[in-house]
Design a protein around this ligand. Structure first.
Ligand code: 0O2
Length: 235
């Protein structure tokens, strides 16, 4: 390893404090959205959440793929060193989550990429938000970029497998892109069928809301859920 590389790693390590704080803040925001759905909406579309800080190795790989040198400036330009992935059940849930994130006035939206309406050539689908959050450490405040990816379980299934076998594959001599595009098409068809069922069910639920016994049951659910929160705070 060259001295220059060692210095770059040291610089990155200093910035890690900011990245760690941003990741925690992001985690809190997303958990709040999760609870908001559970307690207020009585329905939680979030299947699971993952947050991560990109490893130095992965940062180097990304800069190389973009034909950029490994410098402090180029690293700080990357918008996905801190990232969160929110996996939801149905396509419409993606837009419900995005709208909740946009309601949060502490989150500054820098860029939006709707790879659902305009999928990538690879077949990749997902909704990306690049946000920025001010993080203060020892009197210094930096705006830290974070990337939030929102996908359905089906989109995530495709992307995770494609990421493992194809996206960053070093074996460029084999081209499976058509097969991946074909698989993405099948996954999308499944997502659309599931979404249709979700919308039908939602409509049914909203009709049942007029039914008194349904409202009573929902209220009991809500009281139980609030009780649980009380218990977890020791009250
Ligand atoms: P990792 O390891 O997942 O973090 P741009 O400069 O806007 O053209 P950029 O910055 O790469 O491109 O952003 P983009 O295209 O919005 O996508 C960033 C992330 O989306 C990637 O991060 C992947 O996580 C995911 N992604 C985008 N395209 C694909 C794809 O074709 N297949 C899969 N599996 N994932 C994809 P990283 O840093 O590349 O990888």
């Amino acid at each position: 390893m060259t001295n220059k590389m060692k210095n770059q790693i040291k610089e990155f390590e200093k910035n890690v404090l900011y990245y760690e704080a941003a990741r925690k803040q992001l985690d809190t925001y997303i958990t709040t959205i999760y609870r908001e759905f559970e307690v207020i909406e009585n329905y939680n579309p979030i299947n699971h959440i993952k947050t991560r800080i990109k490893t130095f190795e992965s940062i180097v790989g990304k800069l190389k793929r973009k034909n950029k040198s490994i410098s402090k400036e180029n690293i700080e330009q990357l918008t996905d060193i801190v990232g969160a992935r929110i996996i939801v059940d149905f396509v419409d849930n993606i837009y419900e989550i995005i709208s909740k994130i946009k309601d949060n006035k502490n989150i500054k939206i820098i860029e939006e990429k709707d790879y659902i309406k305009s999928p990538k050539v690879s077949g990749y689908r997902g909704y990306h938000l690049i946000i920025s959050m001010p993080i203060s450490i020892s009197g210094n405040t930096k705006d830290i970029y974070c990337e939030i990816q929102v996908r359905t379980t089906a989109m995530d299934f495709w992307a995770t497998n494609e990421h493992k076998l194809n996206y960053k594959s070093k074996n460029q001599s084999l081209d499976y892109s058509e097969k991946w595009q074909d698989a993405a098409k099948k996954v999308w068809e499944l997502d659309l069928s599931m979404n249709e069922l979700y919308l039908e069910n939602k409509e049914q639920e909203s009709k049942s809301k007029d039914d008194i016994s349904f409202s009573v049951l929902k209220s009991i659910d809500k009281i139980n859920s609030l009780k649980k929160i009380g218990e977890s705070y020791g009250r």
